[in-house]
Design a protein around this ligand. Structure first.
Ligand code: GLC
Length: 750
């Protein structure tokens, strides 16, 4: 069953989940809860400030740099006993966390349970592909399933609340955090945000195997200038609403009850201190009933932003803006009671924040069952199950994107050809996880070498040569690599980024391969042997030279625990690649920020050579490999896009279709994409925007008609008055295999 958006609706009764949790969100805003009101009446200002403060619990004691202190475990126990923290983040020590919870619910004055949080982004012990890699599957049901499996595993490790999904729309590949999200498209990002929230939270937020989600970072973090992490973001509110906010709204509509304010400012107002963002949009307009947690010290950073004068002012401005919980700085604990007593801050504001925090704790069942996820015996039952390992391999396979496959060199034969595997990652499996998988169980990861051996058996004609380190040459490395290639029929060169080169605080001025690795590919290519390039990466890369001239190029992202097996499955044809690019691959770093859904400009580049057009002197401003692109092992042809009617009333809808044919000799899983373009608008609209995806399986020689139903909501845009609606006018539509392919149909909206 396909909905209008074209995504397969999961078998789970998702609508009941959405209604249940969003209904649960409403009472914090609209109805007073007797339990919570009773607690509020009894709480001191210090205890209220405690519920609005969360700290890192590392090794049994929180580290609080704001104080410059590293309190002993004794101090932590006192903090819990005195009700001066709402919970802790970053620990998976179940016995320790259970001991803290016991003090909270048995010894503290009001017995309010603690909440335990962690960054469980793409797996915990079992690690799935990085979110950007999984987004390449364009498979929302898969994204839901891996989030669900992650939640189930995390429930064995003392985690109630995950700081995920990251839903920032990222359009500049220099930003390291592009790895953590779903790429450059708001529509795909919204569908995946929904899926991950539903996966983490499941059908019952109170269930043992559910995780409270936290779509982050609210908002505009993906728009940091120059792709430089923590930088300012200059975004019009029209663009904020059309590009950066939709995945958050989708996540909240799917039932998310928390969000995290972002480090960046928007037009000079830091998100953590922005009442426009955290109250007027999030609560007054969207009626969000959950809580906002700051990012790590982002309330104290209001001072560095030049937005707050001192700690007390920072606490005042953050809380007033709508940031309910202070993460790590301790500013609320230290200053809120005095701010209220001095009259600078109304206790009503504090009470509203405490209501939301206690309401969320109640919604996830902590008052009923404070020891959920704190059963030491549970870990053995939920860690790294066979189903999880199988899912990690499936997700890895489906995330791989085949960019190029000249002469159908792939898939490789398992016998009859000698293959030289070359590169710093062929045997080294220290970089399979990518960013934000610090708790991953590395003992179970599978290197490419191990996987090839598994796939081909001990007698296979394969060699494995490092050639260079990820960021530095090895003496004799190139010579050894060339010799290995000369002794083989085919060279598979595995190059890319380190896990540490992506994620937070990993912005780069150049998205090219590290020089030693580029040199390795050049050296191997110089032997004249056919080359297959495998890429390990957490962002789009600017590929060049022997990489782009290789016979085949395969995006493997960071695929997690089953990385080697997933790559081998695709390399040797046990699984045909079906992934599509969620980010555009540019021709050069200098094109960043580069994204497919850009405005036309007054001088759109029509061909590479025309002067005085929106292009660069060195390169046409086109993608080397465009958003949505991905090959399989069979040739897929798209017929012309057709609209069932030439016009559409704004209240109506029209079916749009194209015939898709498998003209090759192998079965293929295809991902058909629906794009639209509004030719004229009061605010100019992108040359294309994605509005639907359909997955289909095509046997060789068969065709299928892929059909989408287009309605006004697919053709709307944010106007200058910040309202979203569709205008009358001519629309171009494509049912296509990428953001630059397909034969358009036109439709007139009347
Ligand atoms: C980090 C990240 C955020 C994470 C938080 C807690 O600085 O910005 O994504 O959830 O701190 O670890």
């Amino acid at each position: 069953m396909f909905n209008r958006r074209g995504f397969l609706m999961g078998s789970v009764a998702l609508s009941s989940v959405a209604l249940a949790t969003s209904a649960a969100a409403k009472p914090f805003l609209l109805r007073r809860d007797p339990l919570i009101e009773g607690l509020l009446r009894r709480m001191t200002l210090e205890e209220k400030a405690g519920q609005l403060s969360i700290f890192t619990a590392v090794g049994g004691a929180p580290i609080n740099p704001a104080e410059g202190l590293n309190p002993s475990a004794k101090a932590v126990l006192a903090q819990v006993r005195d009700g001066l923290t709402t919970g802790y983040l970053g620990s998976f020590d179940v016995a320790y966390l259970r001991s803290l919870q016991k003090i909270a619910v048995e010894e503290s004055r009001l017995k309010i349970p603690l909440i335990f949080a962690a960054d469980v982004i793409h797996g915990l012990k079992t690690v799935y592909p990085i979110p950007l890699g999984e987004a390449a599957s364009f498979d929302v049901e898969l994204c839901r399933r891996t989030a669900r499996a992650t939640a189930q595993e995390a429930s064995g490790f003392g985690v109630h609340w995950t700081f995920a999904p990251m839903v920032d729309v990222a359009r500049d590949q220099r930003w390291g955090r592009v790895a953590e999200g779903a790429g450059e498209d708001p529509w795909l990002g919204s569908r995946i945000a929904e899926a991950r929230v539903r996966g983490f939270q499941g059908e019952d937020l109170k269930a043992e195997g559910s995780l409270l989600s936290c779509p982050k970072h609210f908002a505009g973090y993906g728009a940091v200038q120059g792709g430089m992490d923590y930088n300012t973001a200059e975004i019009s509110e029209v663009t904020l609403r059309q590009v950066h906010l939709p995945p958050f709204k989708a996540a909240f509509d799917a039932g998310a009850l928390t969000t995290m304010s972002s480090f960046n400012d928007i037009n000079g107002v830091p998100s953590t201190g922005s009442r426009r963002l955290l109250t007027e949009i999030l609560r007054d307009e969207w009626r969000f009933g959950g809580l906002v947690v700051s990012d790590f010290m982002s309330d104290k950073e209001l001072i560095d932003h030049g937005f707050a004068a001192d700690d007390a002012d920072a606490a005042l401005k953050a809380l007033w803006a709508g940031c309910d919980i202070s993460m790590q700085s301790g500013l609320y604990l230290k200053h809120v009671p005095a701010l209220v007593r001095s009259g600078r801050l109304s206790e009503k504001v504090v009470d509203e924040a405490v209501r939301r925090v206690l309401g969320v704790k109640k919604a996830i069942g902590l008052f009923d069952n404070p020891y959920r996820a704190l059963d030491p015996a549970r870990r053995a039952k939920v860690e790294g199950t066979a189903d999880m390992i199988a899912l990690a391999r499936e997700a890895g396979r489906k995330s791989i994107v085949l960019l190029k496959n000249d002469d159908a060199i792939l898939p490789l034969a398992k016998t009859g050809k000698a293959i030289a595997f070359i590169g710093p990652f062929v045997s080294n499996k220290a970089n399979e996880f990518g960013a934000w998988a610090y708790a991953g169980d590395t003992s179970k990861t599978v290197s490419l070498q191990e996987a090839v051996r598994n796939a081909l058996g001990p007698d296979a004609q394969v060699t494995f040569t490092e050639g260079c380190k990820p960021t530095r040459p090895i003496d004799g490395g190139l010579e050894a690599a060339k010799a290995a290639a000369l002794r083989a029929d085919i060279a598979v060169v595995y190059v890319g980024e380190l896990s540490s080169s992506t994620g937070e605080a990993a912005s780069t001025i150049s998205i090219t391969l590290p020089a030693p690795q580029q040199a390795l590919v050049e050296a191997v290519a110089a032997t004249g042997k056919p080359v297959v390039v495998l890429l390990k990466h957490g962002r789009a890369l600017a590929l060049s030279g022997a990489v782009t001239s290789a016979k085949a190029i395969v995006c493997t992202w960071f695929l997690g625990s089953q990385s080697g097996n997933a790559i081998a499955d695709v390399l040797f044809g046990d699984f045909a690649p079906q992934g599509r690019l969620p980010v555009s691959f540019p021709r050069a770093s200098g094109q960043e920020p580069f994204y497919y859904n850009h405005r036309p400009t007054g001088r759109p580049q029509t061909d590479a050579m025309t002067m005085f057009k929106a292009r660069y002197t060195e390169e046409p401003n086109q993608a080397l490999f465009p958003f949505g692109h991905g090959l399989g092992y069979s040739r897929i042809d798209y017929g012309k896009t057709e609209a069932a009617a030439p016009t559409m009333a704004r209240k109506g809808s029209v079916k749009v279709r194209a015939t898709v044919t498998n003209a090759g000799s192998r079965a293929q899983h295809e991902v058909a994409q629906l794009y639209v373009h509004l030719r004229t608008a009061s605010i100019t609209q992108p040359v294309r925007v994605l509005r639907g995806v359909q997955h289909l399986d095509l046997e060789p020689g068969t065709s299928a008609v892929v059909e989408f139903e287009v309605a006004a909501e697919d053709l709307g845009y944010v106007h200058a008055d910040l309202r979203e609606s569709a205008d009358p006018g001519v629309v171009d539509l494509w049912v296509a295999p990428s953001a630059v392919a397909g034969q358009a149909a036109t439709l007139t909206v009347i």
